[in-house]
Design a protein around this ligand. Structure first.
Ligand code: SF4
Ligand code: SF4
Length: 180
């Protein structure tokens, strides 16, 4: 989840931050370097194609500024999983795991991300945005989760399988339509 490259037109192309870092903590991200292109004009390149005077963020739609994630307690009981189900009843929320750690992920973009994918408050952006770098960031979209839940039904099924309570969270079947 920063691109501290956002507003400057003369930024070094070397950054560093880790993929896992962004997932392990609260991570709003940073706008990005020299984003003069619109999203439709962006040309996807590989990191290896980046020239020494270029910033990777220039070729990105500021993916790291479009969500945040928070570590949550590992669920241990059916009641804990029902709590997670409540999270997932909300729009744009998901839950994922990395190893033995659990996280809530909210897919919502920063209010200060501009239409050109640059940070609108570059000079006063939070420290977490300043610390985030392009090293191992989500630019390539090749990240996979150990577990990923998008709906209340998914977390309920997982809980049911684990605690052998097959009917606990089942949604009742809708009634049949009445035909005249
Ligand atoms: S303040 Fe918002 S737009 Fe700026 S770098 Fe941070 S997350 Fe991105
Ligand atoms: S995901 Fe990576 S390349 Fe894209 S804006 Fe964030 S730090 Fe830059």
């Amino acid at each position: 989840m920063g691109l501290c490259l956002c507003y400057s037109d003369s930024i070094p192309a070397s950054f560093s931050r880790s993929q896992s870092d962004r997932r392990v903590q609260y991570q709003p991200h940073k706008g990005t370097g020299n984003h003069s292109s619109t999203m439709n004009q962006l040309r996807q390149i590989k990191r290896s194609e980046l020239k020494p005077d270029e910033v990777l963020c220039t070729y990105c739609t500021a993916k790291c500024c479009r969500y945040f994630s928070l570590a949550i307690d590992k669920p241990r009981t059916a009641a804990d999983f029902d709590y997670l189900r409540w999270y997932l009843l909300h729009d744009f929320a998901s839950v994922f795991t990395e190893g033995d750690s659990w996280f809530i992920l909210v897919h919502t973009k920063c209010k200060h991300l501009q239409d050109d994918n640059r940070c609108g408050i570059y000079q006063t952006r939070p420290q977490i945005c300043r610390d985030y770098t392009t090293k191992n960031c989500e630019y390539e979209d090749d990240y996979t989760y150990d577990r990923y839940f998008e709906t209340g039904e998914q977390i309920a099924e997982y809980s049911n399988a684990r605690f052998n309570e097959p009917e606990t969270f089942r949604t009742p079947k809708p009634g049949l339509p009445i035909l005249n």
